[in-house]
Ligand binder design. Structure first.
Ligand SMILES: Nc1ncnc2c1ncn2[C@@H]1O[C@H](COP(=O)(O)OP(=O)(O)O)[C@@H](O)[C@H]1O
Ligand SMILES: [Mg+2]
Length: 262
C-alpha cells in the first residue's frame, strides 16, 4: 500500500535519509528504530506528504505522491484524510481555542458528516470528554497527546504515523495508549528509540543507521540477537559499572527491560 523506492533526502546539504527502500502492506505495524538524528522524523514526514524526496519515489496505493499531487483537490483531501501523523511535539498540532474545536477541526475542514457524534465518541474513547471546554494549551502533556490523537483518529485514517508516541508519558498513559493502538485496525508506522517498548508498537522493525541508511528490516527477535548492529545504530551503549569490588562491562539500552548481557 505504501512504497518508498530508493529515497534520498537532505536539508540544504545535510543528509537525512539515504537510498531508503520500504514496502508496507495494509494493516502492518512497523516500528522505525534508530538513534538521534538518524532520520526517523524525516521519514515519517515524507510518508505524510509534508516533504518530498530529492531522489527516489513514494507511492500510495500505486499513485506517486509528489508535491504536485497536492494541487489536485481530490487527491489532497483523500490523502490528508487517509494518512495522518502524530508529531513528537504535539503542541505544534494544537491551535484551537477549546479541546472540542481541536478534535472537530479536521472533520470540519474535510466537511465530514456527523461531527458532533464523532467528537463525542472519540472524546470518550480517549478519556478526554471532561476536557472538551478546556484550552488545549493548558493541559498536561499526557492530556495534550490524547487530544492530538483524537484530532487525527476522528478522521478514521488508513495509515497512522506516530513520531515517538510514547516519549514523556507516564507508565499508565503509555499502557493505555498501547492498548488503544492495538484496538485500531489501521496500518501503524511508529518511530522510537526505546528498545524495550518498541515491540509493543509493532511486529516489524526497520532500523536506520547513523549514516541514514536502512540497515535492518525484519522481526524483533532477530534484531535483538544482533548486538553489534544495535550498538552501531546507537540503540545500545556500553559503560562500566562498579559492583562491589569488580568492574563489569555491560550492554545497556536506554531503559531497564532489555537485560541480555554478553
Ligand atoms: N529542519 C531541519 N533543518 C536542517 N536539518 C534538519 C532539520 N530537521 C532535521 N535535520 C537533520 O536531519 C537529520 C535527521 O533528522 P531527524 O529526521 O529529525 O532524525 P530523528 O528523528 O531520527 O532524530 C539530522 O541530522 C538533523 O539534524
Ligand atoms: Mg525525531
Amino acid at each position: 500500500m505504501l512504497e518508498l523506492r530508493n529515497i534520498t533526502y537532505s536539508y540544504n546539504r545535510r543528509e537525512a535519509l539515504k537510498e531508503i527502500n520500504i514496502k508496507i502492506e495494509e494493516g502492518e505495524r512497523v516500528v522505525i528504530l534508530g538513534g538521534n538524528g538518524c532520520g526517523k522524523t524525516t521519514l515519517l514526514k515524507l510518508m505524510d506528504g509534508l516533504i518530498f524526496p530529492d531522489d527516489g519515489e513514494y507511492f500510495w496505493n500505486e499513485q506517486e505522491v509528489k508535491e504536485n499531487s497536492f494541487k489536485q483537490r481530490d487527491f489532497s483531501r483523500e490523502f490528508r484524510r487517509k494518512i495522518v501523523m502524530l508529531f513528537q511535539d504535539v503542541e505544534v498540532m494544537l491551535f484551537n481555542p477549546t479541546v472540542w474545536d481541536e478534535i472537530a477541526f479536521g472533520p470540519r475542514q474535510l466537511e465530514i458528516e456527523n461531527i458532533e457524534t464523532r467528537v463525542e465518541n472519540w472524546g470518550e474513547r480517549l478519556g478526554i470528554s471532561h476536557l472538551f471546554k478546556r484550552h488545549p494549551g493548558e493541559l498536561s502533556i499526557g492530556e495534550k497527546k490524547r487530544v492530538a490523537l483524537a484530532s487525527i483518529l476522528i478522521l478514521e485514517p488508513q495509515v497512522i504515523l506516530l513520531d515517538e508516541p510514547l516519549s514523556n508519558l507516564d507508565p499508565r498513559t503509555t499502557g493505555e495508549l498501547i492498548d488503544l493502538l492495538l484496538e485500531l485496525g489501521a496500518t501503524i508506522i511508529s518511530s522510537t528509540q526505546n528498545l524495550s517498548l518498541a515491540p509493543e508498537l509493532g511486529q516489524r522493525a526497520v532500523l536506520i543507521s547513523e549514516n541514514h541508511r536502512k540497515v535492518y528490516d525484519g522481526s524483533f527477535d532477530e534484531l535483538f540477537e544482533d548486538e553489534k548492529l544495535l550498538l552501531e545504530a546507537n540503540l545500545l551503549h556500553i559503560h562500566k559499572h562498579r559492583h562491589e569490588e569488580k568492574v563489569h562491562r555491560h550492554f545497556h539500552p536506554h531503559d531497564w527491560k532489555y537485560t541480555k548481557i554478553p
